[in-house]
Design a protein around this ligand. Structure first.
Ligand code: CU
Length: 153
């Protein structure tokens, strides 16, 4: 029998420093994630009749991100309701454009996947084309937000 065992024993000694180096480089290359809060003023922290009661939104409502920069949508634990982050796009040409929802991204294609109070959902932008993006919450359609995605190069 030949002796490949010697090579296998030495391999981890080289693999570990290389893995650490690659990990360090990729962390440095990736810009920090940006957080968007799902604002739900019907939560217990906002008593009935309080200012802003029933006001739902994404905050900030518009952000500028760079390709590869994750957008993390946070539904605070104090929220009363789940929410979704569902893309709005359009097809056709003026004056009869048709709006489409959830075609580019959707945090919650099913009810079980809604972003519950205390949970977050991350949108990875690395594979998306630069441009303007619009989204809404499909439970509260007046919750609308947008972002500009800039090229990484
Ligand atoms: Cu909502």
């Amino acid at each position: 029998m030949r002796k490949p065992t010697r090579v296998l024993r030495i391999l981890p000694l080289f693999a570990l420093p290389v893995a650490l180096l690659v990990g360090t480089v990729s962390v440095q290359a990736q810009p920090p994630a940006i957080h968007v809060v799902m604002v739900d003023n019907s939560g217990p922290g906002n008593p009935p009749g309080g200012a802003g009661q029933g006001y739902y939104s994404f905050a900030p409502q518009h952000i500028v991100v760079t390709q590869g920069q994750d957008i993390i949508f946070d539904n605070p634990a104090t929220s009363r309701w789940p929410h979704s982050v569902t893309s709005i796009t359009w097809s056709g040409s003026l004056p009869y454009q048709t709006l489409e929802t959830g075609r580019i991204f959707d945090s919650s294609p099913t009810m079980e996947e809604l972003v519950m109070p205390g949970a977050s959902w991350a949108l990875e932008t690395s594979v998306m084309a630069p441009g303007q993006y619009l989204y809404y919450c499909n439970i509260h359609p007046w919750m609308v937000g947008s972002f500009s995605l800039q090229s990484a190069s």
